[in-house]
Design a protein around this ligand. Structure first.
Ligand SMILES: NC(=O)c1ccc[n+]([C@@H]2O[C@H](COP(=O)([O-])OP(=O)(O)OC[C@H]3O[C@@H](n4cnc5c(N)ncnc54)[C@H](O)[C@@H]3O)[C@@H](O)[C@H]2O)c1
Length: 388
């Protein structure tokens, strides 16, 4: 699990031991019980984030085995199986029936998360589901309740919570350096018009906001569709969503799917009494806690031998927390319920953009799902008009 030092990599220890790749035998880690993992869905995020994170964990002596992968596409599946020394299945039911898996990471399309996660839970397998937890609040709540009844772990992907600068920002709030924060500001320029701007991307910032600020009471949002070149069905390409938190604090998130996806593409600020902090691009934490200064800037030192992507992207920490939770050695740091809450913020933002005004939480899930679904169905008809 992450510590308050910058991430997993104990850099000083590496230098002292001339272990500049951080791969020296780790007796404590190596003695943990073996966990066998499966993956359903081998697209961009599984191949470039989850599987490399598992490989890095293995390299630092974590007993985790990628036992099986499932993907409809044979070429991709066989390539991943060959590369990772595991079995490929074209049908997830066959994989779940034949393999003895402790946990499954679900990285298929959003629309299949519910089906895939429930199939695992019904077989008594713990799951880590990519965000969004599912496409609907009703289904997401059903998954959470089912996992709870069965005593199974249902985590959702909130890799950013495990990113060292966000982890340290949270510690600064919890330890009182920024006590009772009063305001949150987040910006996210997703920059991809083929991904759902809120549930596909900005949901990460909604979740980080809850992580740092606590539960939300009200949501008011505006959105605009300025550019038609992308021809996506999404009814807006820019949105500003504002929040009132249970604590009395306030906040806003600004997001764009049309501007370029260039750094700095993500920035979060938290304001307290005579202090504030900012996290930029999951890399740099700036802490201002005294008028005389100096500003405290935390950036990792990066020996050129180290690969930080798995670690700073948060995927290593997330997967380690998942497998440690399966072992009963840790508790999940981000649960299905957190995924449901993040999805509720997305849904409330949609409803406020559609109808105007302030949306009070908690939502009534079934009517909220229905209203958003109908709005998007209408938007899809508009898209057909554009394309004809
Ligand atoms: N945490 C993050 O930062 C992050 C980043 C990107 C995507 N995501 C999420 O990860 C998920 C996957 O995204 P992606 O970009 O890799 O998508 P993708 O479309 O590239 O990959 C999805 C894969 O699932 C496979 N698939 C579809 N139906 C299947 C089925 N029934 N059984 C098995 N495999 C099936 C497809 O063949 C494809 O290879 C999405 O839910 C997305 O929202 C998260």
């Amino acid at each position: 699990m992450l510590s308050d030092t910058y991430g997993h990599s104990p850099i000083q220890k590496m230098f002292d031991n001339a272990d500049v790749y951080g791969v020296a035998y780790d007796e404590e880690r190596a003695s943990r019980p073996l966990i066998k993992i499966g993956i359903i869905g081998l697209g961009g995020v599984a191949l470039s984030k989850h599987i490399p994170a598992i490989a890095r964990l293995r390299a630092i002596w974590e007993p985790v085995k990628l036992a099986a992968v499932c993907n409809r596409n044979r070429r991709t599946g066989e390539n991943a199986a060959d590369t990772n020394g595991c079995r490929w299945y074209g049908d997830y039911k066959e994989m779940l029936g034949r393999e003895e898996l402790d946990g499954v990471i679900i990285t298929g399309p959003d629309s299949l998360h519910y089906e895939h996660a429930m199939a695992c839970l019904e077989r008594g397998i713990h799951v880590l589901v990519e965000k969004p937890l599912s496409r609907s609040l009703v289904e997401s709540e059903g998954m959470c309740r089912y996992a709870q009844e069965k005593g199974l772990i249902l985590m959702t992907v909130s890799n950013k919570r495990f990113s060292p600068p966000y982890f340290r920002a949270k510690k600064n709030i919890d330890n009182g350096t920024i006590a009772n924060p009063a305001m949150f500001v987040g910006k996210f320029n997703l920059g991809y018009d083929y991904v759902d701007i809120l549930e596909g991307g900005t949901i990460h910032i909604f979740d980080i906001m809850r992580y740092l600020m606590g539960n939300v009471k009200t949501v008011s949002a505006v959105g605009t569709r300025q550019y038609d070149f992308n021809k996506t069905y999404y009814p807006f390409d820019h949105a500003i969503s504002s929040f009132e938190f249970g604590s009395g604090a306030i906040g806003s998130i600004y997001t764009s799917s049309a501007a370029l996806s260039l750094k700095p593409w993500e920035r979060v600020e938290v304001y307290g009494e005579k202090c504030w902090l900012a996290v930029e691009d999951q890399f740099k934490l700036i802490l201002n806690d005294s008028e005389e200064g100096p500003s405290k800037v935390f950036t990792p030192v990066i020996p050129n031998t180290l690969l930080f992507d798995e670690e700073f992207g948060g995927f290593m920490g997330l997967i380690e927390n998942f497998i440690q939770s399966i072992r009963g050695a840790e508790t999940p740091a981000v649960t299905g319920w957190d995924g449901l809450k993040a999805l509720e913020l997305v849904c409330a933002t949609h409803l406020s953009i559609k109808n105007g005004g302030k949306i009070r939480l908690p939502l009534d899930f079934a009517p909220a799902d229905k209203e958003v679904r109908e709005w998007f169905a209408h938007a899809e008809i508009d898209q057909e008009k554009i394309e004809s």
